[in-house]
Structures are given as structure tokens and as C-alpha cells.
Unconditional design. Structure first.
Length: 357
């Protein structure tokens, strides 16, 4: 029996395979090729039992670069535009909370007779936090505090993000929408000194967020620092294209390695229901976004990305690569993430009391 290669070899092999897949997607003209290629290839190989590996510092570096790149779009003019859309962002947050509760309630009803190993309270907790539209790792940690079955919660969020990430970019490409950005980054040229200064400042922001225990610290810390710099009118440097592509590759790998053989064998009925519900949620979010577009005057494609039940980094990357209203998408996704993380537990306790009444 062959022994598993050491970790560094698994990391290098995964990087090489992901790069080849990304190059293939570039040749095939797929949307967001530097993330889609690694995500699809690594997911398939992982599910087949190939020893893929994502090194945490690489994943953090990818989120750090993407956060900084997105922050460059928040010029003073864009800041004024986003401030004027505060009511739409609030509606988006309320929509996400309502949809998450409905998703969790549906999962509970469908699986009440199948997950018999769970107590009624554990089933309620597991299904609620599986439905909440928040970060996968953060929702899993909160669910663990409440006594949920965390493997099912993590599986639900991972599968939902995978399906959204693979579906929406191709839907946008088929739709033929692109280059609808309300603005471009405040600075387009790469300046080595400015880039180094930006890197140092965003690194401090990421480390501060990590020390404070905030969600997605490497992404959020870099994003917030760059936003503050750009909103002030200061222009340091653009992010080189090759660096942005590398960051997308690393994020694709970090998503793909979640789909192990153990994941595939985790309650197939549960995964099937999550997949079905995720597709329905995407359709409902698209309808909601279309209605919001009539109220705001923004293009539906931008609001679909902003309100979709995907991950913040993945949807923001899609907006960046396809140039579909990056600041609006990022603002919607960031505010939703923060609101869900803050409100998930209080809303759960309120919802549980209503269920028991």
C-alpha cells in the first residue's frame, strides 16, 4: 500500500494541477477561469480520494489580495453612491435572514423522519444554522455552541457555496452581461512603492481583525483598510493582474479541498435536499434582485450577485472579473455577512421560542 505523500508535496501537486486547470479554463474562455478551474479540478480530485491540500497561509494570502483589490473600487464618488443605497442594503439583509429561516424550516420538515439520531432540539438547531446565509466556518462554529451536528452544517454551507459559485458566473456569461461597473478602481497603474505600502497597511489590518477574532479577517481587514484609503482620495497602487489571478487560484483551491470522500458519503439525502434548496434559493434571489433593480435603477446582474446566497469572496470576484458593479456587490455581501453573524444567534432563539409556542 502506497503511503500518502508529505504535506508539502500535496500542496505543490495541488497548486500545479490547479494552475493547469486555470490555464485550460482561460483557453476555453470560461468565466472567472482562475477560480473556476482550480475549484472544479480540486473538488473532483478530492472527491475521488486524491490527496489534495490547501495550505492555510496561501488561503489567507489569497483573501488578503482580493480584499485589497476590491477596496480600490471605493472612491469618494462610489462611497456617496453606496451611502445613498443604504435602504436597499437593509432590505437585502432582511431578505437574507428571512430566506435563511425559511430554508432551515424546510430542511427540518423534510428530514424530521430521517435524521432520527438527532433529538428534536438538535434537529432544529442543525437545520436552522444550515439554512442561515453566512460564512461556512463562522456558521459552523456558532452551530457548535448551540449543540448542532456540525458536519451537516458545514456540508450544507460548502455545497451551497460550490453550487452558487459554479452556476452564477456561467449564467452571467450565457446572459451576455459584462462591463456594467459604475466605476473603475481609483488607481489603474501599479506603483511598486505604493503597492508595498498598501500591502503593509492591509497586512496590519488583517492581523488586527484576526486578533480581534472577526470573521474572514484576512479578507475583511484588507478590504476595510483599502476602502478607508481609497475613500480618502489617496491613490497608492493598483493590484497587478497576475497577483489577482494567483489569489483567485488560491481561493479556488481552498474551496475545492473541502469536498473529500467523507463529504460525498455524508448523508446523501441531506446533500440532495441542500442542493435542491440551493437552486430554489438562487431563483428566489434572482427574482428579489430583479425587483430591487426596478427600485434602485441598478442593473439586475449587479444585484443578483449582491443578493445571491454565495460566499462574499466568490461573488465579489465574479463581479470584479466580469465588471458587474463591484462596489455595490461587495457592499451588499459584506453588510449581509456582518448582519447574519451578529443576528444569527438572537434570531435563532426568537425563532425557537415561536416554534415551541
Amino acid at each position: 500500500m502506497l503511503s500518502e505523500p508529505p504535506r508539502w508535496q500535496r500542496v505543490v501537486l495541488t497548486l500545479v494541477l490547479a494552475w493547469l486547470a486555470a490555464r485550460a479554463c482561460v483557453a476555453l474562455n470560461t468565466p472567472i477561469p482562475w477560480m473556476i478551474g482550480p475549484l472544479v479540478s480540486v473538488s473532483l480530485l478530492s472527491m475521488l480520494g486524491v490527496p489534495t491540500e490547501s495550505w492555510t497561509p496561501f488561503r489567507n494570502a489569497g483573501q488578503w489580495v482580493i480584499g485589497a483589490a476590491l477596496g480600490l473600487y471605493f472612491t469618494p464618488e462610489v462611497g456617496s453612491l453606496i451611502a445613498g443605497l443604504w435602504w436597499a442594503v437593509v432590505l437585502g439583509v432582511l431578505w437574507a435572514l428571512t430566506l435563511g429561516i425559511a430554508f432551515g424550516a424546510w430542511l427540518r420538515r423534510v428530514h424530521a423522519g430521517h435524521l432520527t439520531a438527532l433529538s428534536p432540539e438538535q434537529l432544529r438547531t442543525t437545520t436552522y444554522f444550515s439554512g442561515a446565509i453566512g460564512g461556512a466556518s463562522e456558521m459552523t462554529l456558532i452551530a457548535e455552541r448551540q449543540g448542532a451536528r456540525t458536519d451537516l452544517v458545514a456540508a450544507a454551507h460548502s455545497l451551497r457555496v460550490l453550487l452558487v459559485t459554479l452556476t452564477i458566473p456561467f449564467a452571467m456569461q450565457f446572459w451576455g452581461v459584462a462591463h456594467l461597473d459604475l466605476s473603475t478602481p481609483g488607481v489603474r497603474d501599479v506603483h511598486v512603492t505604493g503597492l508595498l505600502l498598501l500591502g503593509a497597511m492591509t497586512l496590519l489590518g488583517a492581523l488586527a481583525m484576526q486578533r480581534l477574532g472577526r470573521a474572514n479577517p484576512w479578507f475583511m481587514g484588507a478590504l476595510l483598510v483599502t476602502m478607508l484609503i481609497t475613500l480618502s482620495g489617496t491613490q497608492l497602487s493598483a493590484i497587478p493582474g497576475w497577483l489577482s489571478a494567483s489569489a483567485q487560484l488560491l481561493i479556488g483551491i481552498s474551496l475545492g479541498v473541502r469536498f473529500t470522500p467523507v463529504f460525498v458519503h455524508t448523508a446523501p439525502r441531506w446533500l440532495a435536499s441542500v442542493a435542491f434548496a440551493s437552486v430554489v434559493m438562487m431563483g428566489l434571489c434572482a427574482a428579489f434582485a430583479w425587483g430591487m433593480s426596478m427600485l434602485t435603477g441598478l442593473h439586475p446582474a449587479t444585484l443578483i450577485l449582491g443578493t445571491s446566497p454565495g460566499g462574499i469572496a466568490e461573488m465579489s470576484i465574479t463581479a470584479k472579473v466580469l465588471q458587474l458593479g463591484v462596489p455595490v456587490v461587495t457592499a451588499f455581501q459584506v453588510c449581509r455577512l456582518v448582519a447574519v453573524l451578529i443576528l444569527a444567534e438572537p434570531v435563532y432563539h426568537w425563532w425557537r421560542k415561536r416554534q415551541q409556542a
